[in-house]
Design a protein around this ligand. Structure first.
Ligand SMILES: [Zn+2]
Length: 78
């Protein structure tokens, strides 16, 4: 993938949530929340994500861009 910021080639890798010892901790989840629900307590449009995804690292911008699959079928923005 090319970096969305500078357009140079990124290194492909893996992005994971959590750390050693928390692998089976149910509380260690990963989610995406839309901007308009960022400050709300109840986030009805949030999406639950798999705890690992594909990440692309740009060494020039020193950023990682990642893609995560949804952890089950979820309907968006009902
Ligand atoms: Zn870049």
């Amino acid at each position: 993938m090319e970096c969305p910021k500078c357009g140079r080639k990124c290194f492909e890798g893996v992005v994971k949530a959590g750390q050693a010892g928390t692998l089976f901790n149910e509380a260690a989840n990963l989610s995406w929340t839309p901007e308009y629900e960022k400050k709300k307590i109840i986030k009805k449009d949030a999406l639950n994500l798999e705890k690992s995804g594909v990440g692309y690292y740009c060494q020039f911008c020193e950023k990682v861009y990642a893609t995560f699959e949804l952890n089950k079928i979820q309907s968006v923005f009902q």
